[in-house]
Ligand binder design. Structure first.
Ligand SMILES: Cc1cc2nc3c(=O)[nH]c(=O)nc-3n(C[C@H](O)[C@H](O)[C@H](O)COP(=O)(O)O)c2cc1C
Length: 268
């Protein structure tokens, strides 16, 4: 064999060698990443579930650092509601329910007519979970998952209502990408505290609750439906108004809330 060819065959820095090493390394790395992802998926799912439970407990005023979240949450009953009728449904298991995936699936989701889509979410699932907080067997709070578009992001939260679905007990956003120091005030305790005691409705099915521009005039008749605006973040505030009104309105949980008003906590 000519000397040049032998040298070529042993050359570690040859293009072929470099490619083999690069491809092998990326293969090994992808196998490792894929394996880790598969093994970590159940842990990740469990953590997401715990996080969701913690937020629901928090909006219910039941969370404190150090509590056993799973155990405390086991006192909260989750039921699926058919949003069109407001009736409870067994069509989907609440524990497995993914509202965003269900919204996108034509079998489980519907398109929202543009004029109705004030939360700017385009589609939603036909069913949604509601969380019933009990005290001594009595339902004391109904917690609804709500979401909609702010200035920069989709804002996800929970709204807690009294058992007849009219008085707000708490509001908590847990995921959004509004600007720190501006839109992210929606997640701050001082701003959130204003929601407790506010009335969603004013005698009919149309939600009146709103984030106004500026400060609420406590002497005005409308004050019971109003929350202070966030300075420099009017658009995020408008997004909150729209999504709360959408989810408590006729195309959201409206039929369910109307049933609560007429039939009590609907614990059938
Ligand atoms: C970098 C930057 C980030 C902003 N972030 C937000 C935000 O998160 N939410 C919001 O409503 N407005 C935000 N704004 C301001 C809006 O563009 C708009 O001016 C504001 O909502 C109007 O509210 P105001 O009437 O209270 O000033 C931001 C503006 C800038 C320049």
């Amino acid at each position: 064999m000519p000397e040049a060819e032998v040298k070529k065959g042993r050359n570690k820095d040859s293009v072929a060698n470099t490619l083999i090493v690069a491809v092998s390394l990326s293969l090994i790395a992808s196998i490792l990443v894929a394996t880790a992802a598969i093994f970590l998926q159940p842990v990740q799912k469990k953590n997401e579930e715990l996080f969701r439970q913690k937020i629901i407990l928090d909006v219910a005023g039941l969370y404190a650092p150090g509590v056993d979240v799973s155990e405390l949450f086991s006192g909260i009953e989750t039921r699926m509601v058919d949003l069109a009728t407001g009736e409870y449904s067994d069509e989907a298991a609440a524990s497995e329910f993914d509202a965003i995936a269900a919204a996108k699936d034509p079998d489980t989701g519907i398109s929202i007519p543009p004029k109705t889509d004030i939360a700017n979410i385009r589609q939603r699932a036909r069913l949604a979970p509601v969380y019933q907080v009990r005290d001594g067997g009595e339902v004391t709070q109904i917690i609804l998952p709500i979401y909609g578009t702010g200035l920069w992001s989709t804002m996800f939260g929970f709204l807690s209502l009294d058992p007849d679905g009219t008085t707000i007990l708490g509001l908590r956003f847990y995921e959004h990408a509004e600007t720190p120091g501006l839109g992210d005030q929606i997640d701050k305790p001082d701003w959130r505290a204003q929601w407790a005691g506010k009335q969603v409705f004013a005698g009919d099915d149309q939600p009146r609750i709103e984030v106004i521009r500026g400060f609420v005039d406590e002497n005005s008749a409308a004050a019971i439906h109003q929350v202070d605006g966030i300075s420099g973040a009017t658009l995020t505030g408008r997004g909150v108004t729209n999504l709360v009104q959408y989810w408590t309105g006729p195309h959201g949980f409206g039929p369910y809330l109307s049933r609560l008003r007429t039939e009590g906590s609907g614990d059938d």
